[in-house]
Ligand binder design. Structure first.
Ligand SMILES: C[S@@+](CC[C@H](N)C(=O)[O-])C[C@H]1O[C@@H](n2cnc3c(N)ncnc32)[C@H](O)[C@@H]1O
Length: 243
């Protein structure tokens, strides 16, 4: 698996670079997300969380929570007793904390700085774990997935939402053009500090394992009963896996 980093000329690890990159885009992240995805991301998030409805989880961990969009949607749809959102980027979390406070949910949603590859929670602690648009950014994918498996209780579920590459004409071509040219240009115009963020995005999606290949990583890290659900012509995929 090719290691895709925001900046190949830097000596810093992928993890450090990813943290800095998201610290830099945090203030504009929500706006760009909604604008560049034409709000389709909100539909994808709802669909992903719907997979956890029958489980009725009480304790949920949202890994790579960013600005807490998924954590807030989890609260709306699943009404768990507690949600922990974890992220490397303090600036993304700061934006998320304001949203959580505005929604008067500070008692229920806690946002903490942390690394998915070194989780500080006990074994078998959470009923469910979610990751939206995060796994692609892990420095060591299998270490992150194994850590998630460790903190999940037996029978608990992991839901992953991640970009994928459409395979059929004309979606493959439209998606390629949009991701390679339109998205980096608009994001540079809107956010002069975005740096390599939107150049990194298409490359990281292109080389990331998807479909059955990603399912194999889940299996190797201890998960079973894996569901692979492509969305919007394969632009994005939901993965559901059980411990
Ligand atoms: C594209 S954002 C997604 C944020 C949010 N989940 C969403 O759906 O909008 C990716 C996030 O993953 C975080 N991230 C990347 N690697 C991580 C790691 N090893 N541990 C925790 N967070 C990580 C980044 O800091 C960033 O906030």
């Amino acid at each position: 698996m090719k290691v895709v980093k925001p900046d190949y000329n830097s000596d810093k690890s992928k993890k450090q670079q990813v943290e800095e990159m998201f610290d830099n885009v945090a203030a504009r992240y929500d706006f760009l997300n909604r604008f560049l995805s034409l709000r389709i991301d909100t539909i994808w998030r709802k669909k992903a969380i719907a997979h956890l409805k029958t489980l009725k989880p009480s304790l949920v961990l949202d890994v790579a929570t960013g600005t807490a969009d998924l954590a807030l949607e989890i609260n709306k749809q699943l009404h768990p007793s507690k949600i922990v959102g974890l992220d490397l980027s303090e600036q993304m979390l700061a934006v998320g904390r304001v949203k959580v406070e505005n929604a008067k949910l500070s008692g229920k949603i806690t946002l903490v700085k942390g690394d998915s590859e070194n989780l500080t929670f006990d074994d078998n602690y959470f009923d469910a774990v979610t990751v939206s648009f995060g796994v692609r950014n892990f420095e060591n994918l299998d270490k992150g997935l194994s850590e998630i498996n460790r903190v999940l209780r037996a029978g608990g579920k992991l839901v992953v939402l991640e970009f994928s590459n459409p395979k059929s004409f004309p979606f493959k071509q439209i998606f390629g053009f949009y991701f390679q040219f339109i998205l980096p240009t608009i994001s540079r115009l809107v956010n002069k500090n975005s740096g390599n963020a939107y150049k990194y995005l298409p490359e990281s999606v292109k080389y990331f394992p998807e479909g059955q290949e990603f399912a194999k990583h889940l299996q190797n890290c201890g998960f079973s009963n894996i569901i692979v659900q492509p969305l919007t012509f394969g632009t994005c995929t939901i993965y559901v896996a059980q411990k």
